[in-house]
Design a protein around this ligand. Structure first.
Ligand code: NAP
Length: 480
């Protein structure tokens, strides 16, 4: 397992701030020590990236695409070992970690394909003798800051399009989960990426980000994380007019209409809500179910949820792993207590499951009926395995409640009529919507939010466009 940083073309285990301990959330045991980098390391990474930027940008597109395709293949070939690293550092079930590895590989194949389809375009001008041409060029040195809940995929979806576009990349993974990032960097180098093109640093997030963003040579930041941190970074980016993509917090609504296929909706609720024990940005947080079926939906979700296997992520058959740390458990507890205090009815769960010799972080899948928008779980991201259900009288009411949130990342609509579900989906103020579909993300499709969930898109052609600037040439030829 790689535990060193990749800075200025070499692997190093020296951090000016000492070391960070990486712990397994399922056991609390320290599994690695990684460097605690600060301003000096951040600056040498930036100096090197800036110096190397023109060379990578001038590297033929086919050559860059070859590196990305080889990376996609090697990520898949190393699925087992990468999945184990993900599970060890972020706690999710091994099967989910394996899906994350595949999802990460898909970003590399997609970026390789998209960069080769990015063509120059002519603009029709009414100017005799002048030809208008629109082309794209690399935005410049890019910085990526990523969260712990998808430690491989969140980095892959930034690094792949950045490298495809011809940008040198600086990356700072979350403190809890740097190991997946180092493993990915190792693969990229093995697949022919010039080492000076990618720099991966663990360390003091604030110091590293400030060093990069206030310098003037970083031209783009792609951040995935909380809205609060996103705001801080946006303020810093304003100083040097750094271009940003912000993938921030979510608070998805899961709407079940009167004519929904309940079995499908129940299956969808389980799939979308309990992935990574509820710690994903597109997890539904507010279940808005038509009053005629709300009790049945709650009862059936509770029966299915009670059968899920709660265990350390490495254990065979695990479906719900630990929450990332003790603060996350406290937040979920507080949301459940608040909902019950305000009139919510506990249908199942509501507490942690004690597993001998393990930290108290395994929260039971929880269903709470009779919820309303005054509750904490309806106003904040719970980031845990809790399904709060509110009865609604109509699709109109569901849309109003869904859109009353300042967040707008994902949404879900389950119903029997294609015309109605599509109309409801189109009225939701969010960027990604599953219609009778619980897993809408795909590396070839645009992913991102609106309002407090941020802006910019990742995935497919849309993700690539975030790493290029559009250049317009008005060409008058003097040659005969
Ligand atoms: P977070 O606290 O904002 O941390 C995310 C990243 O930002 C980490 O690398 C963290 O570094 C860094 N960071 C923290 N404070 C910083 C600062 N002052 N300056 C610069 N960087 C800083 O978020 P999280 O708790 O890890 O992740 C969960 C959040 O991410 C949730 O809100 C979730 O919805 C959101 N998320 C969104 C998406 C999406 O695509 N929209 C996807 C996944 C997750 P350290 O770890 O070193 O502190």
């Amino acid at each position: 397992m790689q535990t060193r940083n990749l800075i200025a073309g070499r692997w190093t285990n020296i951090g000016s701030g000492g070391a960070i301990e990486v712990a397994d959330p399922a056991s609390g045991e320290v599994i690695a020590r990684v460097p605690m980098c600060g301003a000096s390391e951040a600056l040498s990474a930036l100096n090197c990236a800036f110096e190397f930027q023109p060379e990578w940008e001038a590297t033929p597109i086919t050559q860059r695409a070859d590196v990305l395709r080889a990376t996609a293949a090697m990520v898949v070939a190393r699925k087992d070992s990468l999945a184990r690293i993900i599970t060890q550092e972020c706690g999710k079930p091994l099967a989910e970690a394996a899906s994350e590895v595949q999802y990460s590989a898909d970003y590399f194949s997609s970026a390789a394909q998209e960069i080769q389809s990015l063509n120059e375009m002519d603009v029709a001008l009414e100017r005799p003798g002048v030809r208008g041409v629109v082309r794209h060029r690399a935005v410049g040195v890019c910085a990526a800051i990523t969260p712990w809940n998808f430690p491989l995929a969140m980095l892959a979806r930034k690094v792949a399009p950045a490298l495809a576009a011809g940008c040198a990349q600086l990356a700072k993974p979350a403190e809890e989960t740097p190991l997946s990032a180092f493993a990915l960097a190792e693969i990229l180098l093995e697949c022919g990426l010039p080492p000076k093109c990618l720099h991966v640093l663990s360390g003091d997030a604030k110091v590293i980000a400030t060093t990069w963003l206030m310098d003037g040579r970083v031209r783009k930041l792609s951040f995935t994380g909380s809205t609060e941190t996103g705001r801080l970074l946006l303020r810093q980016c304003a100083q040097e007019i750094v271009r940003c993509s912000m993938e921030l917090g979510g608070h998805a609504a899961f709407i079940v209409l009167q004519d929904a296929d309940i079995e499908l909706a129940v299956k969808g609720a389980l799939q979308s809500k309990f992935r990574n024990a509820g710690q994903t940005c597109i997890c539904p947080n507010r279940f808005l179910v038509h009053e005629s079926i709300a009790s049945e939906f709650a009862a059936r979700v509770a029966i299915a949820a009670a059968q899920l296997k709660i265990a350390p992520g490495m254990e065979s058959g695990c479906q719900i792993g630990p929450l990332i740390h003790d603060e996350a458990v406290e937040k979920v507890r507080a949301h459940v207590a608040d909902a019950l205090k305000r009139g919510g009815q506990l249908v199942c769960g509501g507490r942690t499951k004690i597993i001998p010799n393990r930290p108290d972080r395994f929260f039971e899948p929880t269903v709470i009926a009779n919820c309303d928008p005054s509750m904490l779980c309806f106003t904040q991201e719970t980031f845990g395995p809790v399904i709060p259900i509110m009865s609604v009288t109509s699709a109109k009411e569901a849309i109003e409640v869904a859109n009353s949130s300042p967040f707008g990342l994902a949404g879900y609509v389950f119903g029997g009529s294609d015309a109605v579900t599509r109309s409801v989906a189109q009225q939701l103020q969010c960027g990604v919507i599953g219609v009778n579909e619980a897993a809408p993300s795909n590396a070839r499709a645009p992913f991102g939010g609106v309002k407090f969930s941020g802006y910019g898109r990742e995935g497919g052609a849309w993700g690539l466009m975030e790493y290029v600037t559009t250049q317009y040439l008005a060409l008058r030829s003097l040659e005969k």
